[in-house]
Design a protein. Structure first.
Length: 130
């Protein structure tokens, strides 16, 4: 093996090591019951990931006391998911906001581009500033 190939391999290993230490894939549970699964950087959501809120039934946080109760009421549960890109803990880039239901159905609330946590209008939508 000549020196230039050895140097390239060493540099590639260093770059990979740097990437691994700055952006990692994690599963994080929040106190409110929400769960984030995806890339994090410096303790913040960054890169590709999914945020799933806790399940609610009729607007109340749902916490079943038994497996049987969970099964009996699962069809009533609703939760939200954001599947997409993050930058410094905010939704940024392509992403989808979906309301999921325990009966297996889902409503796509927004599928498009996010800019620092705000939805950008898609073609045909009017945009009103806050």
């Amino acid at each position: 093996m000549n020196c230039s190939w050895r140097r390239r391999l060493i540099n590639a290993a260093r770059i990979k090591q740097i990437k691994m230490t700055t952006e990692i894939e994690e599963i994080y549970s929040y106190p409110d019951g929400s769960v984030y699964m995806g890339n994090m950087k410096n303790g913040k959501k960054h890169g590709r990931g999914t945020l799933r809120t806790a399940a609610f039934i009729y607007g109340e946080l749902y916490a079943a006391s038994s497996a049987e109760e969970a099964e009996d009421n699962a069809h009533l549960a609703k939760w939200h998911e954001y599947i997409g890109n993050w930058a410094d803990d905010v939704m940024h880039g392509p992403g989808k906001h979906v309301m999921m239901r325990g009966d297996g159905t889902a409503n796509v609330l927004f599928d498009g581009i996010w800019d620092n946590g705000k939805q950008l209008p898609t073609s045909g939508e009017e945009f009103f500033a806050d």
